[in-house]
Design a protein around this ligand. Structure first.
Ligand code: AMP
Length: 217
């Protein structure tokens, strides 16, 4: 099964992606995670990406598309995947279609995580990430057992610079202008599943396990 997960920043798509890819044994490819890894490693791609990410802007399409083409070509033909954070523009979605044709793969569903902007802003302000393993917490909703320490690996937690208030505003504007048109794009090809994630993420995940099991059949 090959899935895309769409949604505004802070909608919980990263957490849901991990749960769903574990449940269905899918390779989870997150563009944001790949960019952050490159930034930490100081690669040329990381240096280029960080200037955009810091401001809450999208990394240029051509850079992102060629990075994802490489990632997709590395997946074994019998292994399903879940794309988290890609595509984020109509140009990226069109390029993805071409890449999938080249590698003879097709999409089974596009999950669209829906959440109002007010909740997003609140969730992003409280989000903390483990600097070692990338696990995501929230100081109010999913607090770690010990303040600022990762439950899984004891790494220290930090707030992403792009989760700070002024950058979040720009990310939301970019989402509405550049990414939201993808909702219509994938509705038109009958692939879109809306899911409300304003409740507990485990409940959203259970609902999606059921829906995606039907898609798989
Ligand atoms: P995320 O972790 O998905 O919120 O992504 C963090 C940041 O990485 C975004 O705000 C963008 O600056 C950049 N980014 C992630 N995915 C893409 C993409 N598909 N196209 C362009 N920029 C992206």
């Amino acid at each position: 099964m090959n899935l895309i997960i769409l949604g505004p920043p802070g909608s919980g798509k990263g957490t849901l992606s991990k749960l769903i890819s574990d449940q269905f044994n899918l390779v989870h490819i997150s563009t944001g995670d790949i960019f952050r890894l490159n930034i930490r490693q100081g690669t040329p791609l990381g240096k280029l990406a960080s200037s955009y990410i810091e401001k809450g802007d999208l990394v240029p399409d051509q850079v992102t598309i060629s990075m994802m083409e490489d990632a997709l070509k590395q997946i074994a033909p019998d292994q399903g995947f879940l794309l988290d954070g890609f595509p984020r523009t109509v140009e990226q979605a069109e390029a993805l279609e071409e890449i999938l044709k080249k590698i003879a793969r097709k999409l089974d569903a596009v999950i669209n995580v829906v959440l109002p902007d007010e909740i997003i802003v609140h969730r992003l302000e409280g989000r903390r990430i483990c600097k070692d393993c990338g696990a995501s917490y929230n100081v109010d909703l999913i607090p770690p057992k010990t303040e600022n320490v990762c439950d899984r690996c004891d790494g220290s937690l930090y707030q992403r610079h792009d989760d700070e208030a002024d950058v979040v505003k720009n990310r939301l504007v970019n989402y509405h202008v550049l990414t939201k048109p993808l909702v219509e794009y994938y509705t038109n090809v009958n692939l879109l599943f809306d899911v409300d994630n304003s409740g507990q993420v485990e409940d959203t995940a259970s609902y999606l396990y059921e829906r995606m099991t039907k898609v798989k059949e």
